[in-house]
Design a protein around this ligand. Structure first.
Ligand code: 13P
Length: 247
């Protein structure tokens, strides 16, 4: 049985002092859940949030890394930096990074390899635009994104990873994919993982849905056979995350 994983993606929200207050608000609300809960937070907040969740089962993640170990890359955060600050996860390939910061599938592949080499667990994001969905190429697109991102990743490494299916048209729009749409793509991702790595890896890898997940729709989405939890934006910044994380 795969353990469900519910991750909040705080995006570019919360100063360190706000992050501390939010973590303290959420900790009692997610207590007692059987799910794994992760707060993915801005790099500047990682140390503060790691300290705040100490003694709980909550894990902390970053929202990005650079694929080099260290050096003259002004403004970037390395895998070692996140790990040393206490993070265990890192979101990679979020559609906002692809769109605003021009990350390519090849960049994301290098970041996935670096995270795995260092021992950070990637939450690898993929997702189609509304135009792509209307063109009927959703599954082809997702398969391409994942196949490139996983170049050079071994089955053993893939088993530990998390893949987040986030249709771009559902992010921050209040327009959630229907349960059937979300399950269809998450199932297709598992089929692809089976093709690439075999049944054992397909059974082990966790696949999340993300895009306007909230306290009302989380339980139904997460009850689908191939949806192992969610990557949550807006609802992770408020008390609603308690209901999402325990769904
Ligand atoms: P929303 O939950 O705000 O739609 O954001 C989803 C997301 O992008 C999580 O990574």
């Amino acid at each position: 049985m795969r353990k469900k994983i519910i991750a909040g993606n705080w995006k570019m929200n919360m100063t360190p002092s706000e992050a501390k207050a939010l973590a303290e608000l959420l900790i009692p609300l997610v207590k007692g859940t059987k799910n794994e809960v992760v707060f993915c937070v801005p790099a500047i907040d990682v140390t503060t949030v790691v300290k705040a969740v100490k003694g709980t089962k909550i894990q902390v993640g970053g929202e990005n890394i650079y694929f080099e170990d260290k050096g003259a890359y002004t403004g970037e955060t390395s895998a070692d930096m996140l790990l040393d600050a206490g993070a265990k996860y890192v979101i990679l390939g979020h559609s906002e990074r692809r769109e605003y910061f021009k990350e390519t599938d090849e960049d994301i592949n290098k970041k996935v390899l670096k995270a795995l080499e260092k021992g950070l667990t990637p939450i690898l994001c993929c997702g189609e635009s509304l135009t792509q969905r209307e063109q009927g190429i959703t599954i082809d697109w997702i398969r391409m994104q994942i196949k490139i991102a996983l170049q050079g990743v071994t089955a053993e490494q893939a088993q530990k990873m998390v893949i987040a299916y986030e249709p771009i048209w559902a992010i921050g729009t209040g327009k959630t994919a229907s349960t059937e749409q979300a399950e269809e793509v998450c199932r297709a991702i598992r089929v692809l993982i089976r093709e690439l790595y075999g049944q054992k890896t397909a059974n082990a890898i966790r696949i999340q849905y993300g895009g306007s997940v909230n306290a009302k729709n989380a339980a139904e989405l997460f009850s689908q056979p191939d949806i192992d939890g969610g990557l949550v934006g807006g609802a992770s910044l408020k008390a609603d995350f308690g209901a999402v994380a325990t769904a």
